[in-house]
Design a binder for this molecule. Sequence first.
Ligand SMILES: [Zn+2]
Length: 318
Amino acid sequence: MKKNVGTIALLAACGLGVAIGTTIRQWPPQILQAKASPAMAPQAPPNDGKLNIIVFGAHPDDAEYRGAGVAMKWAKAGHHVKFVSATNGDIGHWQSAGGPLAQRRLQEVQEVARRMGVTVEVLDIHDGEIMPTLENRKIITKLIRQWNADIVIANRPNDYHPDHRYTSILVQDSAFMVTVPFFVQDVAPLKKNPLFLYASDGFQRPNPFRADIAVGIDEVMEPTLDALLVMESQIHEGGANGYAGLMPDDAAGKQRRRDEVRKSLARRYAAGANQYRDALAKFYGPEKAKSIKYAQGFEICEYGRRPNQAELKQMFPF
Ligand SMILES: [Zn+2]
C-alpha cells in the first residue's frame, strides 16, 4: 500500500497486521522491562521534591511521541518521567510479528528512553487485544501509584485504533480510583489525585482537542528527533502499514528516508506551535509565544486534579 511520506511518520504508530512467529503472552501481563538502564530512575522515583510524570501509550512508540520534547525538558530539570506502553507491539509491523517484533520494539523504546533520560516499561499484552477490563484497570492504577504520579498523560478516548481507545479508557478509569484506599490494596493509594492530561490529536468527533496548556520545545527539538528516530521499525519502515522498499536497502536511500521522516516529524511539532499559539501566549506571553517554532499541547481531563494557573506553572516549570 502506497502512502505519502508525510503521513507515514504520523500514522506509523500502530499495529495492524497478521500475527506470525512466537507468542509471548503471559497472564497476568508481565513487565517486559521495568527500566531503560540501571542508571535511570527506579520503579518508585525518589521522594526528592521533583515532579513524577507518567505517560501512557497503547504501543511502543505512542508514549514516546506524546512525551517527546516536554518529557525531555522535565527530565533535564531532574523530574522523573516514565513512559508506559500498554501493549507489547507484537503485530505493529507489515512484515514481522510475534515475540521477535515485541523484542525489537522493546529495544527501540529502551534506546529512546536512554536518550531522553526517562524510564520505560512495556506491558506484555498483545498488540490489538487490550480491553478495558477490571484487571487492566488495576494494573494501570498500580502503575500510577507506584510512580507516585503528579501528572498522568494519555491520548483522548476517541481515537482511530482500538488499543488507543481502550488504553485511554483504562487511564481515565484509574483517575480518582488511584486515591481510593480499598481499591487495589497491595499498592498504597495516592494522597492527591494527579493532574490527568490528554495529549493532542486531530480527531473532531465528538469534540475536537482543546489546548489548555502548550509548551515550547524548540531547545530540545533536535535531540528529541534524534531519540524518536531510533524507532526504525515504526517510523522508517512504516509499522503495520509499511511496505517493501519504504526503507531502501542502499546507504544513500536509507539516509534519504531518514531525512524525510525527520522533516515530517518536525512538521508535526511545528504544527503544534501554530495550532496552540493562544495557549502558548497564556504561558509565555504574546511576544515570546510568537517566536516559538515547535510546541506540544495538552488538554486537562476533568476526572483528575484541576489546577489553577499558578499550580500549572509549577508543574510546567519551563
Ligand atoms: Zn499506537
